[in-house]
Design a protein around this ligand. Structure first.
Ligand code: NAG
Ligand code: NAG
Ligand code: NAG
Ligand code: NAG
Ligand code: NAG
Ligand code: NAG
Ligand code: NAG
Length: 456
């Protein structure tokens, strides 16, 4: 039985309280300065914010350098000529260090030469969610003061990129708001939904908060926000439920936060791997799956946005449109990235019944499937197929016609037609590659064909 999603937050605290995973702050000696870890707060201690700014650099990505309030930046490894990424975590029910911090810091420093600042507000973020929310304004003020110190050193606002997770995304929005929307970029990783969906744009993350604002939505029906809040909003697999996440309460903690945390894991994967997390503007996820949104001409003038660190997500426009919902699929497990292809089947003659055909793409190591449905009295059906390797590495494919099994009406034992496919985004000519002959597909039988494409 699937649990009523509305009950999730209620069981959340109970489950969280059962899990005690206090982490000791590791401090070891490294050349010049001591390493500082995140604090650990008892969940009843959410009285003071005790914000810490920890600097990570590529010369020492595992060692957090505590930036002291007075003149701490000048006397640190902070490099004024590099861009700065500021990571802000969200609600921490148990007052523990976020488990994903190290992975995210390493992934950023693996990709780019930047200053990474992790904001530790574990103390203020613990206890009950509403009290963490009450602390958000004060936290945003203290991060703003920190940024003002950076600006005073001659660092440009445009070189500052805030990456906020869940509640941290809205903190980033407030910080950006305090800086008049002139900071370079804010990335919201599944921005929190509870208490924010109906908040005013001033209170939550919105496109006015930075020169470029993007959000990755993975749990819009629970802990995430369902409305678009950036210039570009990625609704991953529709933005609600993620493949590979448990759908039953028996999975405990994983069941509660898997969808929500997927945004962080996707982002880390996008930084670590070259596979493009490319997304497509569309009216809905269903329209996207049904092959109605195949390029990024409107509104992105051909350049499709990609999750990751490309400038403006790879979209080459001077003035960005706002709150554009873009869609992409992922695989159930790390590295999550897939390539999207459109697959089509054209019947030689129309049928008075719905026609279902299963399409499977095989590479040396992968097998990925989609189902084409041709409505009755129509000639053609199409669907997107998400495959984990590029189309040029797909060696073969199978087509399987699935006859309808109504006991009052026997379906045809085979169908004849033509198969076509094309990788997304479709080029301006919208050309598809088709198998050069009509295929006969017997019922419930895999018909195999080579797909002789080459990687360029
Ligand atoms: C590092 O920590 C040790 C022990 O706590 C302390 O004596 C020392 O002054 C610290 N060094 C720096 C550079 O902060
Ligand atoms: C920086 O901090 C270290 C350790 O606290 C101290 O020894 C050093 O004098 C400081 N340097 C400056 C320029 O303030
Ligand atoms: C700061 O970064 C620049 C650009 O990468 C580099 O040339 C310079 O050596 C760095 N400065 C320090 C003190 O590491
Ligand atoms: C954080 O919120 C809690 C609950 O409202 C409050 O008791 C606490 O004083 C706040 N902390 C700060 C530093 O504002
Ligand atoms: C797939 O396997 C063939 C034969 O073993 C090999 O030649 C080819 O390089 C492999 N392709 C990929 C993409 O791994
Ligand atoms: C589109 O078609 C024209 C004429 O058929 C051709 O010259 C051009 O190269 C094609 N463009 C692409 C992107 O395939
Ligand atoms: C496939 O069938 C259609 C419809 O009968 C026909 O127009 C077309 O020429 C055929 N294509 C090939 C390659 O045989």
């Amino acid at each position: 039985m699937v649990e009523d999603p509305k009950r999730k937050p209620l069981v959340a605290l109970a489950v969280l309280l059962l899990l005690s995973s206090a982490q000791a702050g590791n401090t070891d000696r490294l050349s010049g300065h001591n390493c500082t870890d995140f604090q650990t707060a008892n969940f009843l201690q959410g009285r003071k914010l005790k914000v810490q700014f920890l600097l990570f650099t590529s010369s020492n990505p595992s060692c957090g350098e505590l930036i002291l309030p007075e003149d701490g930046i000048k006397n640190s490894s902070f490099n004024n000529s590099l861009e700065t990424k500021i990571i802000i975590h969200g609600f921490r029910a148990l007052g523990t260090k976020p488990s994903w911090i190290e992975g995210l810091v390493h992934a950023i420093l693996h990709t780019s030469q930047v200053n990474v600042i992790a904001v530790d507000w574990v103390y203020g973020s613990t206890g009950a969610y509403p009290s963490a929310v009450e602390n958000v304004t004060q936290l945003a003020l203290s991060i703003s003061q920190f940024i003002s110190k950076l600006l005073a050193l001659g660092i440009s606002g445009t070189s500052i990129h805030i990456i906020g997770v869940s509640l941290g995304a809205h903190v980033g929005g407030l910080v950006g708001h305090f800086h008049g929307g002139q900071l370079g970029r804010i990335t919201g990783l599944d921005p929190a939904g509870p208490k924010y969906t109906r908040a005013s744009p001033e209170e939550r993350l919105d496109p006015g908060d930075a020169l470029f604002v993007e959000a990755i939505h993975t749990d819009a029906d629970n802990f995430g926000i369902r409305i678009p809040v950036g210039h570009i909003d990625y609704f991953v697999n529709g933005g609600k439920d993620q493949p590979g996440c448990p759908r039953f309460i028996s999975a405990g903690y994983e069941y509660l936060i898997c969808d929500h945390m997927r945004a962080v894991h996707l982002y880390v994967s996008a930084l670590k791997h070259s596979c493009p997390f490319m997304a497509f503007p569309c009216a809905s996820h269903q329209d996207f799956l049904n092959g109605h949104c195949l390029d990024c001409v409107d509104p992105f003038l051909f350049s499709c946005p990609r999750i990751g660190l490309l400038e403006q997500a790879g979209v080459s426009m001077r003035k960005l449109p706002r709150e554009v919902k873009v869609y992409l699929m992922t695989s159930p497990s790390d590295p999550f990235c897939v390539h999207h292809s459109l697959v089509e089947f054209h019947l030689q003659k129309k049928r008075s019944m719905v026609t279902s055909i299963e399409v499977t793409f095989f590479s040396n190591s992968t097998k990925d499937t989609a189902k084409i449905t041709i409505p009755k009295d129509q000639e053609m059906g199409k669907h997107l197929l998400a495959h984990r390797v590029p189309l040029c590495q797909i060696k073969s494919m199978t087509l399987k016609y699935l006859p309808q099994s109504h006991f009052w009406k026997k379906d045809e034992s085979s169908i004849v037609g033509k198969f076509c496919a094309a990788p997304l985004p479709l080029n301006s000519n919208r050309t598809m590659s088709c198998l050069p002959w009509n295929l006969t597909l017997p019922g419930n039988t895999d018909i195999s064909h080579d797909l002789p494409t080459t990687c360029t």
